[in-house]
Design a protein. Structure first.
Length: 618
């Protein structure tokens, strides 16, 4: 039984393919199109999944879409009718698009799939198409790959068709929805409203707000809880829509919201002020409190010891870490592609287990069924050499022992290294397959990586990768965190005492304080978004960390995604070479190919203001 899952037409389009319940492949369209958060039909991702499985579209039994367009249209129409005449401008913009394309999405999907099939016309596509509800897809993506026979499943995001949050119980091969919070009351949209107001892009800048929060003080929490959102003891909530514009307007917030917080929204390239930092800290604190209230009530009312999380809000790794440390659940598992991209996988899994009534078997020998999230394309050594040669790259071939030794030594000398190995990650995090690596002990490394390599805001923190068996030596954390979705604090003995002058610093000035013996990954509140590295899921990255530990005594590396601001994570060797040449990275390791910046032709360096790279998988 082969099932192709698809998510598309909002943001982060993706495709996934499962065979007899096993995940064969999954990838976001943006990695192939090179358009960040690409929402278009995921033609390239589908082609990749079929190629990885070695099948044609005719050999796929079902094709599952991650939401139900008619229900979504119903919500849109009812919202405009209920709030009319407000939102007429938005209505005029939305209706032609829905009538032309989205309302008849089934026909559009069939046409696009037929184009993929080409001369081998796909047969019976209309009968093969299945549609899951949006939060059903999220819940399936969270529960079915998890290591649990039974779990509470909590999904939270902006909005699907009607639901903005849902609770289900997963048992065996079944998911039973218990309750939902419905549009327009949404924790995800509350967070997005503050993302917009603080000058970041909705649906992509929320993690910037999370990273900015520790620089501020939560001085607006009372205003949020008094005016914007009414939160009950069980975590259920109600938003006062008179402060927001997202239901029928063209922006997230309105003049009443702006008056409450003292002025208009920050423009994207304006300087960050203490106000934005305090707003970020405040909405983060409210989000954490709501999630803690919900999970505490669920643990008490269900008596179930396992929790699964998905939906965009589940990417809030600070809140996830607090839920873990709250210890109301024995174990927590978060889908690594928790946002809409993961809906493609969830739709396929829901079709397999719930529509197909297949049995589910949880393996006791693996952490979960996600294979470390390494579900994207890989390239043979011969392919890598051919592609790099075609790019004009100059490289040498290193056998494994020399490769790992030289890379570890380069990192210890302070070099920034592009690391491209094996299958690309599925989801928003680089997990040691498409990563930029550095020495966390270097006090200048955070600024260097942000300003000279990533070309992004200086306040942004970096995540550590740590050998799984050593995580408790560095962090107040003693469980697996393979997907970089949990934040933990550094051990007390790893911290450095701050002077009185350091303690008086405010805002971004806090960044200049060395807080620990791993300054490049220590956020201003002594926290870090940790990735535990396991030999069974990524043996080459594990070996590099092990080699670095043998040479330095440190089993931690800075791990940030292999891309620059505004670009998706690299997919192909060509993408990696162009990113390497367009930044101040020192070294690039692709398979067994070693590239030094000093040996490259500088004329091959792209201007990232103009570069939009288009490199096909083949």
């Amino acid at each position: 039984m082969r099932i192709l899952g698809i998510s598309a037409f909002y943001h982060d389009s993706a495709a996934a393919l499962i065979e007899d319940g096993q995940i064969v492949a999954a990838a976001q369209e943006e990695r192939f199109s090179r358009k960040k958060h690409d929402a278009r039909f995921p033609e390239n991702a589908i082609r990749y999944c079929l190629k990885e499985a070695g099948v044609t579209l005719n050999e796929v039994d079902h094709i599952a879409f991650f939401e139900k367009p008619f229900l979504k249209f119903e919500r849109l129409l009812e919202t405009y009718l209920a709030l009319a005449p407000a939102g007429f401008s938005s209505f005029k913009m939305a209706m032609p698009l829905w009538i032309k394309d989205k309302l008849f999405q089934k026909a559009g999907l069939i046409k696009s799939l037929q184009e993929i099939a080409g001369k081998d016309r796909a047969l019976g596509l209309e009968d093969k198409l299945l549609f899951a509800e949006h939060h059903q897809s999220h819940a399936a993506s969270a529960f079915y790959p998890s290591p649990f026979e039974e779990a509470v499943v909590l999904t939270m995001d902006g909005v699907g068709e009607w639901a903005t949050a849902s609770v289900a119980i997963g048992r065996g091969n079944r998911l039973e929805t218990l309750r939902e919070i419905k549009w327009p009351h949404s924790l995800g949209l509350l967070y997005s409203a503050f993302t917009y107001y603080t000058g970041f892009r909705v649906n992509s800048g929320e993690y910037k707000v999370m990273g900015l929060a520790p620089y501020g003080e939560p001085r607006y929490v009372n205003d949020i809880l008094t005016h914007l959102i009414d939160v009950k003891p069980d975590g259920s909530f109600w938003l006062d829509l008179s402060y927001f514009d997202y239901a029928t307007g063209l922006t997230m917030t309105n003049d009443k919201f702006h008056a409450l917080f003292g002025g208009p929204p920050r423009q994207p390239e304006d300087e960050l002020t203490q106000r934005e930092m305090d707003l970020a800290a405040s909405v983060q604190a409210v989000t954490e409190e709501i999630m803690l209230r919900i999970t505490r009530e669920l643990a008490q009312s269900t008596g179930i010891g396992n929790l699964c999380l998905a939906g965009g809000v589940a990417l809030n790794c600070v809140a996830n870490g607090k839920i873990l440390r709250d210890r109301k659940f024995d174990q927590i598992w978060v889908q690594p592609a928790a946002g809409d991209a993961g809906g493609a996988l969830g739709a396929a899994l829901a079709a397999y287990y719930e529509h197909g009534q297949a049995e589910r078997h949880v393996s006791r020998n693996t952490m979960d069924a996600m294979q470390g999230a390494y579900l994207g394309p890989s390239f043979s050594q011969a392919e890598i050499e051919r592609r790099l040669t075609a790019c004009g790259a100059r490289f040498t071939i290193r056998p494994d022992t020399a490769l790992f030794d030289e890379t570890a030594e380069a990192l210890a000398r302070g070099e920034a290294v592009g690391w491209f190995q094996g299958r690309m990650e599925f989801g928003p995090r680089a997990l040691g397959a498409r990563s930029i690596l550095a020495d966390p002990r270097n006090p200048q490394m955070q600024k260097t990586l942000n300003l000279k390599i990533k070309y992004r805001e200086s306040f942004r923190p970096f995540a550590p990768s740590v050998l799984a068996e050593d995580v408790a030596d560095y962090f107040d954390h003693d469980t697996a965190s393979p997907y970089m979705l949990m934040v933990a604090e550094l051990k007390q003995q790893r911290r450095r005492e701050m002077t009185e002058a350091d303690q008086r610093r405010f805002g971004i000035d806090k960044l200049n304080v060395i807080r620990s013996d791993l300054p490049a990954i220590t956020h201003v509140d002594y926290s870090a978004r940790i990735q535990t590295v396991h030999e069974e899921t990524n043996p080459r990255y594990y070996r590099l960390l092990k080699t670095f530990k043998d040479k330095t005594g440190c089993s931690v590396l800075v791990n940030t995604s292999f891309n620059v601001r505004g670009e998706p994570i690299v997919c192909t060797p060509e993408d990696a070479f162009h990113c390497f040449m367009g930044t101040e990275m020192d070294r690039l390791v692709i398979g067994n190919c070693m590239l030094l910046k000093t040996e490259q032709d500088p004329r091959l360096a792209p201007n990232y203001r103009d570069y939009t790279g288009r490199f096909a998988l083949d």
